[in-house]
Design a protein around this ligand. Structure first.
Ligand code: SF4
Length: 448
């Protein structure tokens, strides 16, 4: 037997033999359907145009004797249940819309992580059907869904603006669905991307189909039903987190005319795939989110420098973009910390430990707290973001745009309550550690 041939599996052979001996009416063919194609009750509010299943999708498979496997609704899993309350809470709240936009990169990073786990379970189930000699005739996704789109997705940030920005008493179904039409884009949804990866890890290939949810709308000129579709991962992967683009666009508009701004955004997004290919694997979702920001920083820096912006101006602008992109996350964290404790040092410790649990985790990060008289200290001895920048010879850019955020955040939240931040070196800058030292402002600088 050659090494390439699979090992015999006596249990599987026995189960196949049993299947032949006890042959029954099953067709041995199944299709995996996005959840809402069988149950529109999980659609976003205003988005269900069928009382239950989408018959145009389901009936042809039923007629052909194909078994229907319902995939989980990923948005139900990651976005706060059937009501998708984590997203819907921003609708009709213009003042919250801006906050939502700034928090979007973190929200999408979390979404990808939850989707990856769900996609692996679906891929495992598909593999099981294959292993049992059955045919998976396809996976049917939902076009214009940011999660289940195969060839058509939706730009979440672009859809959020009009829906969140519309005053609550004027919000209606038409506004929500118009926003989705305007935000539909070529590309695949986040869940379908993860499913594609999970299937590839198992060396499985399954035909893909897409039913466009916009085809259900009265007067739509799209035809409903499962149409063959090709996953457009490359196009979506070429897009960084939408909110990062939105923040950068806003900052660029303050300095460049609209055409130059769009050209810079275009150059930035086009540079991202090759930079992403050098990002280390094996990080948790928080670590990947930080690396995603790092990739965006480098891509934007390349675009600005190629445009002729002086180095100092480019790094200052990028530092502002990074700060704005994370502003709401810092603000929320601070608010929660204030509710937890009135002692600023307890708050600092709690925030620092929470961030370490969420973002700065092994294997990308190594850190430990150090004793600082009357204060708080943390030594970071390994940082995946700094390593990534240094690999590309861009340690200084990392220091000036990403490490610099620590000082900015400390000025806003620490100084008003008498906490002073100081640091002697960073890994990005070539030091053996990043020494975070927080001391009472009244004591003054001391050796750490
Ligand atoms: S398209 Fe996907 S995420 Fe959206 S409701 Fe349907 S199953 Fe859920």
């Amino acid at each position: 037997m050659s090494a390439a041939e699979p090992k015999p599996d006596p249990e599987m052979d026995r189960s196949m033999a049993l299947g032949s001996a006890l042959a029954d009416e099953r067709s041995g063919r199944v299709v995996f359907l996005s959840h809402c194609l069988l149950n529109e009750n999980t659609r976003y509010p205003g988005g269900a145009f069928r009382s239950g299943a989408v018959t145009e999708v389901v009936e042809p498979f039923l007629r052909d004797g194909v078994g229907l496997c319902q995939m989980p609704c990923p948005e139900e899993i990651a976005w706060g249940g059937v009501g998708k309350r984590h997203l819907v809470r921003f609708w009709g709240r213009p003042r919250a819309a801006r906050l939502a936009r700034f928090g979007l990169p973190t929200f999408l990073a979390y979404t990808r992580w939850r989707y990856r786990l769900a996609a692996r379970r679906v891929a495992g189930s598909i593999a099981d059907y294959h292993a049992n000699g059955m045919q998976v005739v396809g996976v049917v996704g939902v076009g214009a869904s940011p999660s289940c789109g195969v060839a058509t997705t939706m730009d979440v940030a672009a859809a959020l603006d009009p829906v969140a920005g519309c005053p609550f008493d004027r919000l209606d179904r038409r506004i929500v669905n118009d926003a989705i039409t305007a935000a539909a884009r070529p590309g695949s949804g986040l869940f379908m991307q993860q499913l594609d990866r999970a299937l590839a890890r198992r060396a499985l290939s399954v035909p893909l189909f897409e039913h466009d949810l916009r085809s259900e709308w009265p007067g739509a000129n799209l035809s409903p039903g499962a149409h063959p579709a090709t996953l457009d991962v490359g196009r979506v992967d070429a897009r960084p987190a939408d909110a990062m683009v939105a923040v950068a666009r806003q900052a660029l508009r303050g300095r460049f005319d609209p055409a130059q701004t769009e050209a810079l955004i275009d150059a930035t997004t086009r540079a991202i795939p090759s930079l992403e290919s050098r990002v280390p694997s094996g990080l948790n979702w928080g670590g990947r989110h930080l690396l995603e920001q790092g990739v965006f920083v480098i891509a934007l820096h390349q675009a600005l420098r190629a445009h002729g912006l002086p180095e100092h101006d480019a790094t200052a602008l990028i530092s502002d973009v990074v700060f704005d992109a994370n502003r709401s996350a810092h603000a929320w964290l601070h608010r929660i910390a204030v509710v937890r404790s009135r002692n600023p040092w307890s708050r600092l410790r709690w925030q620092s430990r929470l961030l370490c649990r969420l973002y700065y985790r092994s294997p990308g990060w190594e850190l430990h707290e150090v004793a600082v008289p009357a204060g708080f200290g943390l030594d970071v001895t390994r940082c995946a973001v700094a390593d990534y920048f240094r690999t590309l010879g861009l340690g200084t850019l990392c220091e000036q745009t990403i490490c610099a955020q620590d000082e900015r955040v400390a000025q806003i939240y620490g100084e008003p309550v008498g906490i002073r931040f100081a640091r002697k070196g960073t890994i990005a800058g070539g030091a053996d550690r990043c020494d975070f030292r927080y001391r009472p402002a009244t004591i003054g600088p001391m050796e750490g």
